[in-house]
Design a protein around this ligand. Structure first.
Ligand code: SF4
Length: 217
């Protein structure tokens, strides 16, 4: 059993192999009862599993349609997200909203947005591997509850965590990957795009590719 699966089991959540097994069953499992969401929404703000709880203003759980076909996963809350308790606010959030609008999607309408980490790393540093390992069970549980048709992993940490790989974003883009039998498409994180404007067109291509993939499901 991998370290991630051990952490999942310790926290009472299904390990990755179990999620895959469930997703590959012929009949789609029923959407879990809403009290599963309630339990998860209570567990995240109470979590002290890694050191990031010490510096947070609040946890940033995720936002959107809990039965969405689209799930967008980012990295970790920044300063504004930590202050407001919502993922992807501020400049990167506005860019994400514009990107969604360009493919006829709106935040909250058939879209759910969350991060790998639920607490802000100090100074917006990169997440540490142990923090990712400790927090990933919450993300996996969100996926299990939402049962999205398609996942868009935005940025290195989301892609590497969900695909269990060290590969670069550049090498992962442009293909349909699988997470628990669900298609997963990799693109750049909006905060990265703000610093690297030429790559915006690549992100646009990724979203068009994602929309085309969704249309074919
Ligand atoms: Fe818990 Fe995740 Fe926050 Fe760490 S980042 S304290 S694992 S909720």
């Amino acid at each position: 059993m991998s370290r991630r699966d051990e952490v999942l089991a310790e926290m009472g959540f299904s390990p990755v192999w179990k999620l895959r097994e469930t997703a590959s069953a012929k009949e789609e499992p029923a959407k879990p009862a809403s009290n599963s969401w309630i339990e998860l929404k209570q567990a995240v703000p109470a979590c002290t599993a890694c050191g990031l709880h010490k510096g947070r203003t609040q946890t940033v759980f995720g936002v959107g349609d809990e039965k969405a076909d689209w799930l967008l996963v980012g990295e970790a809350p920044g300063a504004e997200e930590d202050r407001l308790g919502e993922p992807f606010v501020g400049q990167a959030g506005r860019l994400l909203d514009n990107m969604l609008a360009a493919i006829d999607l709106n935040r909250g309408e058939n879209v759910y947005i969350c991060n790998v980490l639920k607490c802000r790393p100090p100074g917006n540093r990169n997440p540490e591997p142990d923090e990712v390992a400790k927090c990933t069970p919450f993300l996996l549980r969100q996926i299990e509850l939402i049962q999205p048709k398609l996942i868009v992993a935005m940025g290195r940490f989301a892609a590497q965590t969900l695909l269990n790989t060290d590969a670069s974003i550049a090498s992962l883009r442009g293909r349909v990957h699988r997470y628990a039998e669900r298609p997963l498409i990799v693109t750049y994180h909006p905060a990265y795009l703000l610093r690297n404007l030429p790559d915006k067109s690549k992100a646009w291509s990724d979203l068009v590719f994602a929309r085309r993939t969704m249309a074919g499901l």
